[in-house]
Design a binder for this molecule. Structure first.
Ligand code: 5AD
Ligand code: SF4
Length: 480
């Protein structure tokens, strides 16, 4: 374990609470004083900016960081020239890492203009020791680095960072701690992500997540329910339950509970209108879950079911623990039980040893399942994973396979989305349209985007919309 350079011993150390939540509130109180002093010096409220790379888990973590910075007196500026900038990083593919390095140079130029500026890095990328070495060597202007396991102690680290003028690095290898009830600043008032579990035990052979997010740990159902109830009381109508593999939720709790049972408990919460979740591993998706989804009035008609590859041989090498046939049978069962469901997926092209014949198997699955949307990735070699030691596929072959898959995915998705033409759907309005301020943008239960005439008063409301014009993957409609 890499520890902070200096031990955190405060002069009034014996007053620091031992309960972790209370401890962090103690540090927030202390931080507030530092921030007040800074505001006095600057003659204005200091600003912060949290930039998120990667997945919904990271987005939720960023809301927690924003919650603490807001609680201690910073103002959210969404501008990287702010006084406290955090990059919450991702390392699932190498291009995510490269983007961080590229943008750090720009941050340095901002810091030269603003001597009060602090730069912090956190998230999955920081769990890799080679990254930390590189930042120490080439990006020494960074003030604070922490990882995925100790994000709950950000308030404490903030204090260490303000009391020291050298780079603070605090990375843990793992944790079994789940710290509840810290402040959160939501991006959207009407919808929210909720962590139901952390980490992953699957060790798919290409994936770095189990190494950087640690072992699977589920939150207690009562804590999840309590958090959702509080959110609903605060105006939230849609929640997204987050976990790397939600289908194995609850298996390791003292009183084990299935994900399907958790969903049934959540469904009972009055005022909550929509429930989403992400991500489902096909090997663990139970009949019980399909049943609960089919009967539910609140669970959205959307299932993200990562395929990764349609070739049984490659799936075995990937350690996915299902075959092409098992996946197809599962998808068929889901479509039969829930006909209006949208199935989306993740696909990797170029995994070690993959041939164009394997890619054809993947294309065959895409054609049979008819995905409503699919994220297609080029395989990225991640140091320390088993696949990194396997024989890599030449770039031209990968490119050829990738282009083929992308074309089929786009064609089938377009066909699926078009099926809704002329129908009326309930749409949760999320925001004013980015390109045309006379329009609002929202999502159907199946996650399809819809744009239609409307104003800010509709944001957060679920309204019926006639789906008039299909434009590839989204609709233009009219509120009825
Ligand atoms: N290369 C490419 N894609 C990857 N994913 C995970 N690891 C890698 C990798 N090494 C993809 C998978 C996963 C999604 C979140 O990212 O498709 O489902
Ligand atoms: Fe990675 Fe597989 Fe875990 Fe998903 S299930 S996070 S792909 S190891």
């Amino acid at each position: 374990m890499e520890q902070t350079k200096k031990d955190i011993t405060l002069e009034n150390g014996n007053r620091i609470p031992t309960d972790e939540t209370a401890r962090q509130y103690y540090f927030m109180e202390k931080a507030r004083k530092y921030v007040e002093e800074l505001a006095h010096k600057l003659g204005r409220k200091p600003t912060f900016c949290v930039t998120t790379f990667g997945c919904q888990m990271n987005a939720r973590d960023s809301e927690k960081l924003s919650g603490i910075l807001t609680a201690i007196g910073y103002e959210n500026s969404e501008n990287e020239e702010a006084d406290f900038v955090i990059y919450n990083t991702c390392t699932v593919r190498d291009n995510a890492n490269q983007r961080v390095y590229g943008r750090l140079g720009v941050l340095n130029s901002f810091k030269r203009k603003n001597p009060h500026m602090k730069i912090a890095l956190c998230g999955c990328m920081m769990q890799e020791s080679s990254v930390i070495e590189k930042i120490r060597k080439s990006y020494s202007f960074v003030d604070l680095i922490f990882g995925t396991h100790n994000i709950f102690k950000f308030a404490e680290l903030f204090i260490t960072c303000f009391e020291n003028h050298e780079m603070i690095v605090d990375i843990w290898k793992d944790t079994d701690q789940i710290v509840e009830d810290l402040p959160v600043e939501r991006k959207y008032p009407f919808k929210s992500g909720i962590n139901i579990m952390f980490g992953c035990n699957n060790f798919c052979s290409y994936c770095i997540v189990p190494y950087v997010r640690g072992r699977e740990r589920s939150r207690e159902p009562k804590d999840i329910i309590r958090e959702i109830e509080t959110l609903v009381a605060d105006g939230v109508v849609e929640i997204m339950l987050l976990g790397q593999n939600v289908n194995s939720y609850g298996k390791n709790l003292k009183d084990p509970i299935s994900f399907a049972s958790l969903l049934q408990e959540i469904e009972k919460i009055e005022g909550l209108k929509r429930i989403r979740f992400m991500t489902s591993h096909p090997k663990d998706l139970s009949d019980e879950l399909i049943d609960v989804m089919a009967k539910s009035k609140k669970i959205c008609r959307h299932l993200h079911l990562p395929l990764q590859s349609g070739s049984t041989r490659i799936l075995k090498e990937m350690n996915r623990r299902y075959t092409k046939e098992q996946y197809l049978a599962l998808a068929r069962k889901i479509r039969e039980r829930i006909p209006d469901i949208a199935i989306t997926t993740d696909i990797i092209v170029g995994f070690p040893g993959e041939t164009l014949a394997d890619v054809e198997e993947t294309i065959d699955v895409i054609k049979q399942v008819q995905y409503d949307n699919a994220f297609t990735f080029i395989y990225s070699k991640r140091t320390g994973t088993p696949a990194a030691a396997m024989e890599q596929v030449p770039e031209e072959i990968v490119k050829e396979g990738f282009d083929k898959v992308l074309k089929v995915v786009q064609d089938t998705a377009r066909e699926r989305v078009k099926l809704w033409q002329g129908q009326t759907a309930e749409v949760l309005v999320e925001e004013i349209n980015e390109h045309d301020a006379s329009l609002v943008t929202g999502r159907m239960s199946n996650n399809t985007l819809v744009h239609f005439k409307g104003d800010v008063s509709l944001i957060g409301k679920i309204v019926p919309v006639k789906l008039e014009e299909c434009r590839g993957f989204y609709y233009f409609g009219e509120k009825i």
